[in-house]
Ligand binder design. Sequence first.
Ligand code: GLA
Length: 389
Amino acid sequence: MISRPVSLAEHRENAARAALRHFGRAPSFWAAAPGRVNLIGEHTDYNEGFVLPVAIDRHVVIGATPRADRLVRLYALDFDEGVAFSLDDIIYSQESRWSNYIRGVAWALQEAGYRLRGMDAVLTSDVPIASGLSSSAAVEVATAYAFQVLSGLDLDGVQRALLCQKAENQFVGMNCGIMDQYIISLGKRGHALLIDCRSLEYDLVPIPSGCSLVICNTRKKRGLVDSEYNARRQECERGAALLGVRALRDATPSLLEERAASLDPITLKRCRHVITENARTLEAVSALKEGNLGRVGELMNASHRSLRDDYEVSCRELDVMVEAAWKQGGVWGARMTGAGFGGCTINLVAEEAALDVAEAIGEEYQRVIGIAPEIYICQAEDGVSAIEG
Ligand code: GLA
């Protein structure tokens, strides 16, 4: 049930062997991009609000060698699947969906005017797929980083994140906000990042010592997520228009109260989530900085209730997992994390209790739902970086 990380050295060894078999040579450059978990600030990024994610010690690793021509050859070790495309003719692939994150990034970089070299690249990962920990954004950011280094591109972390988001929005067709690509691009070991999704500035928030990030994967595949996600975005835009603000980031609780009667019940609930979630996120940052983990936990619990009741993006599996955590001693707070409709919960847990708590939550979830969850006890990691040595 408790799943341990694969070390970068191990990832690299496996991928190097695969590259030798597949391309006949070992990669000359290695990069690792982490997955991410969001502590609080859910469904606020596309409302130009605040988020507080952490890059975690689960990685997509890419090993790449530049080519003299415009060919990109890829081998995904975990799917045992190879595919190739030309940088002069980048089209969406129906057959090998995973390769669209790589194609999309190459497309977005070239759209922005960057000149790319071809490459042979092997990929492997221990970021769980389709679980709300941003495995796809990690593939995008790892790819952008590899192209950046091999082609000598001048690109900062925020630009890299924006181009990866563009790849996801316009090439892959998922209308996500900036949070995932941003934290994976710019995360810092030992820290969460408070990201202002309007100014695109961040503030480093140390994770206090003695607390563990326990992530519980419901293993429920997130079927509804794309259509419901887009529906929520539209409801928020409608809410902002009715409230007369540029984005829900600009609305205050008192403005919402004043105008409540002019909003339909659904729009009112969606707006209430986003407006209160932004406030909770900023308060959680102050509480974290003061080391007041009890308060951070209360805010996380309130975030879950708001996502469940007002934003309506939770599901039975997530609620059961969160309620199982709420019963445990040593848990400061627990909530669903990511887009919702399945995926993972994030639990802020006293370090000495982490293993016992993880097991107790897992057993309760399995008893009620009948599925053994996967649980990851995580460290806050750096964003994308080269693997040296
Ligand atoms: C997904 C999206 C993010 C963000 C979250 C919800 O992870 O990719 O941009 O909107 O959902 O907070």
